[in-house]
Design a protein. Structure first.
Length: 79
């Protein structure tokens, strides 16, 4: 099982700065998601910045979420 999300910060460039529960940190770029289905709402940067951690992954108020394995495997690790 891959690590889960411990903290998240949503940046103005549609990137998430993530700290995982194994101590690693990474940047996940959400730009490629913004034209698809439920993720279209994330184009509103104020809404995008409402990202938070719930049950080890990143979620938004209207129940959008990203698989924690995807966040870990596809993020660019910074530590």
């Amino acid at each position: 099982m891959n690590p889960r999300v411990k903290t998240v910060t949503a940046n103005s460039n549609y990137k998430l700065k993530i700290q995982f529960n194994n101590g690693e940190e990474g940047i996940y770029d959400c730009l490629h998601l913004l034209d698809f289905g439920v993720f279209k709402e994330l184009k509103d940067i104020n809404y995008f910045k409402q990202a938070k951690v719930l049950d080890g992954t990143v979620v938004w108020p209207h129940e959008q979420d990203i698989c924690p394995d995807t966040l870990y495997l596809d993020s660019i690790k910074t530590t």
